[in-house]
Design a protein around this ligand. Structure first.
Ligand SMILES: Nc1ncnc2c1ncn2[C@@H]1O[C@H](COP(=O)(O)OP(=O)(O)O)[C@@H](O)[C@H]1O
Ligand SMILES: [Mg+2]
Length: 256
């Protein structure tokens, strides 16, 4: 394998374009994700978030532009990229018949890792699933299942992880569980690209937030930077800070 030129951004996307037939989904998308950070790609249903993730995960070819992961080009060095990443989608890839622990052991064996049992036990502990480890996944709650799914994607310690709408379809309690899990990932140096439709999720988790709208990134910044796009509204001497929702609606040009 070639040396890893990983001094730059964990993810770099420049001028990315993608159409499905006549439908221009990406019209020149640019963003960087710093190593060890959580980056949220925020957009409505159909904005093109999954399309960006699939291109980055080498599952789909872009029409124009470039994308790289730790300096490796997704189009010309796809096998290098695949060694660095893991992808967790909206639909959990866990096997219902197996226990949580068996699912983890299975993946560790498939990846030819040493001591799959120890890897499984470590992940069960990190994701607060030790007590449920021996139970069939079919008995798990939605939050437990999604946590197991994220745990499975961490086997082999990929430095870059894509979470495509990790909490869509979860109840509020399960969302909180997954949020805690995701915060822990970046704390260990993993770079996380998260897609979400929900503003509070981006607000809770992300170091940087980019809004994908009509094929382009229309805003990209920290939460504090995004909030500065709108002046605080003065209401009877009480300063009201804009929420991310106010900023989102203002920049995409919709009314509440
Ligand atoms: N394979 C495909 N063929 C045709 N249209 C597609 C395909 N995949 C996605 N699309 C369309 O592209 C747009 C963006 O899809 P997607 O990237 O899945 O958006 P998001 O993940 O933000 O909801 C949507 O209008 C969707 O219907
Ligand atoms: Mg999607």
């Amino acid at each position: 394998m070639t040396a890893r030129p990983n001094t730059g951004p964990a993810i770099r996307v420049q001028g990315l374009e993608k159409s499905y037939g006549e439908l221009k989904v990406l019209r020149g998308v640019d963003f960087d994700v710093a190593p060890g950070s959580i980056f949220a790609l925020l957009g409505s249903n159909g904005a093109g978030k999954t399309t960006v993730v699939r291109i980055l995960a080498t599952l789909l070819k872009a029409d124009a532009g470039t994308a790289s992961v730790n300096g490796f080009d997704v189009a010309t060095q796809p096998s290098d990229v695949r060694e660095l990443i893991s992808l967790t989608g909206q639909f959990a890839a866990v096997d219902e018949i197996l226990s949580g622990r068996e699912n983890l052991v299975l993946i560790a064996k498939l990846r030819h890792l040493k001591d799959p049992g120890a890897i499984a036990d470590d992940l069960l502990r990190r994701f607060s699933l030790t007590d449920a480890g021996a139970r069939r996944v079919s008995t798990y709650s939605g939050g437990m299942r999604r946590r197991l799914d994220i745990a499975m994607s961490l086997i082999g310690n990929p430095p870059v992880i894509f979470l495509d709408e990790p909490t869509t379809g979860l109840d509020p309690e399960a969302r909180l569980e997954v949020w805690e899990t995701v915060k822990g990932l970046a704390g260990r140096g993993t770079s996380v690209l998260l897609t979400t439709q929900t503003l509070d999720e981006a607000e809770q988790l992300a170091d940087r937030i980019a809004i994908l709208h009509q094929g382009r990134i229309i805003v990209n910044g920290t939460l504090a930077e995004l909030k500065q796009l709108l002046p605080p509204a003065e209401v009877e001497y009480v300063e009201k800070q804009p929420t991310l929702e106010d900023v989102f609606l203002a920049v995409v040009g919709s009314k509440k």
